[in-house]
Design a protein around this ligand. Structure first.
Ligand code: ATP
Ligand code: MG
Length: 273
């Protein structure tokens, strides 16, 4: 039996123009960041999770989609269901409960982490908020944070450094991944989680994520990289200007891209030789 995690129905998100230059001259009509999106994500075979890739160029609406799934941006049209509950109809309590089943790796780990936090406390923070920091729980959390940082290959001499000042972009991103994983989410929403990694650390991060998926976590992976989508997932959707222009098997998307935008994405891939 498959258990439906995420069900997106006709989701549209409209942002109003941010500035009004003159009283009598409103700034445009705003922008539809997402237009009538529908897809769903169920658990995988047996006890495995599934990964869905969301691919698209800059400004196509990928981050907005993740934020809408997390309830950080209200839908203008349509709805999102998480584990059968509509985000529109959820009470605050239900929203919090759903939110706790989700992990989020934001696109910009620099702005999302408080400046004074050290690596260990940044990873521990969600645990402390939800499970507490005293006694046995505190010790368990600390052990788990260390385990995750080691698994993500963050050098131990950095564990007490300040995230904001002493880490490289790629290291900071791995801290963000550890922070998102510490509460063992059922669903992980990742926004370009490997964009700042080099080839070897990128493989390590992906391995950590795929181990979780094999153990039952589902994941939505946002990336602009079709090859990464192909490597990390079997299903993908291609976003273009807020709309899904193509969806299906990622291998097929690469081999037989039907939409002109997917073909353009592929043609833009750098090739050696
Ligand atoms: N808070 C906001 N207010 C107004 N417009 C917004 C807001 N957030 C996003 N947008 C607009 O919505 C569209 C989609 O933005 P989004 O950040 O989702 O794109 P993206 O696919 O994540 O791009 P990138 O790959 O560069 O991260 C853009 O046109 C953007 O300008
Ligand atoms: Mg984005």
């Amino acid at each position: 039996m498959t258990h439906l995690n995420v069900n997106v129905k006709d989701l549209g998100v409209h942002f109003k123009g941010r500035y009004r230059l003159f009283k009598f001259k409103e700034r445009g009509d705003g922008v539809w960041a997402l237009k009538s999106l529908s897809f769903s994500l169920a658990n995988g075979e047996g006890s495995k999770g599934t990964t869905l890739s969301v691919v698209g160029e800059s400004g196509s609406g990928k981050t907005t989609l993740l934020r809408a799934l997390l309830g950080l941006v209200p839908p203008t049209t349509g709805d999102v269901e998480l584990w059968g509950n509509s985000v529109r109809a959820m009470t605050d309590e239900q929203r919090l409960a759903a939110r706790r089943r989700c992990g989020y790796v934001p696109q910009d780990p620099y702005s999302s982490l408080p400046p004074t936090l050290t690596v260990l406390s940044a990873v521990l923070e969600p645990w402390s908020v939800v499970r507490g920091r005293r006694g046995g729980e505190g010790e368990k959390g600390l052990a788990k944070a260390k385990e995750l940082l080691a698994e993500l290959k963050l050098p131990e001499e950095l564990w007490n450094a300040r995230v904001r000042y002493s880490l490289s972009g790629g290291q900071r991103q791995r801290v963000a991944v550890a922070r998102a994983l510490i509460l063992e989410p059922e669903l992980l929403l990742c926004d370009e989680p490997t964009a700042m990694q080099d080839v070897s650390t990128r493989g390590e991060v992906l391995e950590v994520l795929s181990r979780r998926v094999a153990a039952g976590m589902s994941m939505i992976l946002v990336t602009h990289d079709l090859l990464l989508a192909r490597y990390a997932s079997t299903r993908g959707v291609v976003l273009y200007k807020g709309e899904i222009v193509e969806s299906g098997d990622t291998a097929e998307l690469l081999e037989r891209p039907s939409h002109s935008y997917t073909r353009a994405l592929l043609a833009a891939l750098p090739r050696l030789g």
